[in-house]
Design a protein around this ligand. Structure first.
Ligand code: NA7
Length: 548
């Protein structure tokens, strides 16, 4: 068992089958805030079970070189406490993983949350006991707990996707998945490193690894669009202004489509002539970040509009990368911009101008095996000391299905979701009473700046449980027909956008062999979604059955 961080107390293990009002799985942004509201607002006996030895969730595990958030620090943060907003100062435009962990530790300590978090505890199973109306949990260490409410705060990107490549077990060097990065870090000095994957993670990691390693070979399956992040320090004046305007910033984020506090332009690139359109894109490129998508209103809904953005980025890649052959390999051709989650970068394309970096197109020359000394493709063998898998996650459903969750009559979540996830509002699954899934599939989640989606879910769940307690209600369960209607609406919302056009996207589950292809997050927009959830609650929890 890993040692505790300074100041971290380890709560006593619960006695056999200790019973709680609520058990929360996970101590990231979602689990911490859910614990705070249930315990301190509602006075519930609540406990968090967390697999890691500290708080952080996604940011506990993702410590790879270059790991930082793509949302800007001042709004990738909690809004529920003005004291936290005023006391905490971010140092960079995009928070680095260590700084996010320090922030979450600061919040956890400020509200004395760690006394109710049991670290180093992975939940193996959770079964609904209908007679007692309790969830019965078992941990991997064999402890038993019971709770009236089960709340999953397991994150959307926490189940590592490690490709099944023949020979990995014979590799004599070291290999790592970016989402399971060693706490002590990895020293690349003098090493020949192979990096598989060019999603957001690979694109963040490649420049940092290249700067340290003797040689970096990037194995690319799909060329990706990326926008410069334009990271830098946050100055004292900027910080003062942010802190003075937090109320308006938060309101704007909550009222937006993606949980970001900035405006999306009201016109289409097709309304402008070419010089004006290019000038708009240039300005967005210079400003950098995910906001590039907001340069026009219809980049995600109109293919012709999107083509102009895709072409602009392709031209940039060809300008930055000196070797035309490499530039061509790096140019995305098989999906429109932003239909896969768009990465942002710090000198990613520039990295391919370095003498110690090689790009291998593994769509043209697939990886055949990992040998004891490197990676063999259909064309060549690349000798390596270290392999880094930046191959992403079994997103959204993976972390839930990793736990053996069984609802009414022993129905397993795996069976219930055999054709893809089915939820009501991304908050509940029919047949699984009193279980809430924070940022579950069918909610905006990964299409937003996550803390906004998380706070909205936690506040809704807390209000719902508060209502139940006041009314003497013991059980809430999604009606199957309400879930069916919601699933249809989630599909409809996705189909109103260009998002389904990226047929290898993790939004669709297409990155994990054998996973059902269903567009998982809700693409109808954060503000619309929150309004719908509020209406459901106001209409006496329409679509749910509540019982004594
Ligand atoms: P992503 O975005 O899922 O990217 C994974 C990358 O790994 C992507 O380039 C994949 O290629 C590649 N990949 C996946 N499996 C394989 C195999 N078997 N062989 C070769 N290459 C493979 O994960 P990230 O960690 O980068 O980002 C996840 C999210 O974190 C991101 O979207 C942000 O929301 C933050 P593919 O494109 O599938 O051909």
């Amino acid at each position: 068992m890993a040692s505790l961080a300074p100041g971290q107390s380890r709560p006593a293990a619960p006695s056999a089958a200790a019973t709680y009002d609520a058990v929360i799985i996970g101590a990231g942004f979602a689990g911490l805030y859910q614990l705070l509201t249930l315990r301190d607002k509602l006075g519930l006996k609540a406990r968090v079970l967390e697999a890691g030895d500290g708080v952080g969730g996604t940011w506990y595990w993702n410590r790879y070189p270059g790991a930082r958030c793509d949302s800007e620090s001042y709004y990738y943060s909690y809004s529920f406490s003005d004291e936290v907003q005023q006391e905490w100062s971010w140092s960079e435009r995009y928070p680095e993983h260590g700084e996010i962990r320090r922030y979450l530790n600061f919040v956890a300590d400020k509200f004395d949350l760690k006394r109710d978090i049991q670290f180093n505890t992975r939940v193996a199973s959770a079964e609904y006991d209908a007679a007692a109306n309790l969830w019965r949990l078992r941990t991997e260490a064999g402890e038993s707990l019971s709770a009236r409410f089960l709340i999953t705060a397991v994150g959307c990107l926490s189940s590592a996707n490690i490709p099944n490549i023949a020979g990995l077990e014979r590799f004599s060097g070291q290999w790592y998945h970016t989402g399971r990065w060693p706490q002590e870090g990895v020293d690349f000095t003098g090493k020949r490193v192979g990096l598989i994957g060019t999603g957001s993670t690979g694109i963040q990691a490649a420049p940092v690894i290249a700067a340290q390693a003797a040689h970096l070979t990037v194995f690319q399956r799909t060329a990706n669009y990326s926008i410069p992040a334009r990271n830098g320090p946050v100055g004292p004046e900027e910080l003062r202004e942010i802190k003075a305007n937090y109320a308006a910033i938060r309101e704007k984020a909550r009222g937006s489509t993606n949980g970001h506090p900035f405006d999306i332009a009201e016109d289409s690139p097709l309304d402008l002539d070419e010089p004006a359109r290019l000038a708009r894109y240039e300005a967005a490129w210079e400003r950098g970040g995910l906001r590039f998508r907001a340069a026009f209103r219809d980049l995600l809904t109109n293919k012709a509009a999107n083509d102009t953005a895709s072409d602009f980025i392709r031209a940039k890649i060809r300008t930055i990368v000196r070797d035309p052959r490499v530039a061509e390999m790096l140019t995305p051709k098989d999906h429109p911009f932003a239909t896969k989650r768009p990465p942002i970068d710090t000198e990613y394309f520039e990295t391919f101008n370095r003498d110690n970096v090689t790009l291998v197109d593994i769509k043209a020359t697939p990886i055949e095996s990992i040998t004891p000394t490197g990676i063999r493709t259909s064309e060549a063998e690349y000798p390596l000391d270290i392999i880094v898998f930046a191959t992403g996650f079994d997103a959204m459903t993976g972390p839930l299905l990793a736990i053996d969750i069984r609802g009414r009559d022993g129905l397993s979540l795996r069976e219930a979701w055999s054709a893809g996830p089915r939820t009501y509002l991304g908050l509940q699954v029919a047949g699984f009473p009193n279980m809430f899934t924070i940022t579950g599939p069918g909610s905006p989640s990964v299409l937003t700046n996550m803390p906004v989606a998380i706070e909205q879910h936690v506040d809704w769940i807390t209000a719902c449980i508060g209502h139940m307690r006041r009314q003497g209600l013991q059980r809430i369960e999604a009606r199957p027909e309400a879930a069916e209607r919601w699933v249809a609406h989630v599909n409809e919302a996705a189909n109103a956008t260009l998002l389904p056009l990226a047929n290898s996207s993790w939004y669709l589950g297409a990155n994990v062999p054998g996973k059902p292809r269903v567009f998982m997050p809700y693409a109808g927009g954060m503000a619309n979604y929150a309004r719908r959830c509020a209406e459901v609650a106001a209409n006496d929890y329409e679509g749910f059955v509540l019982a004594r």
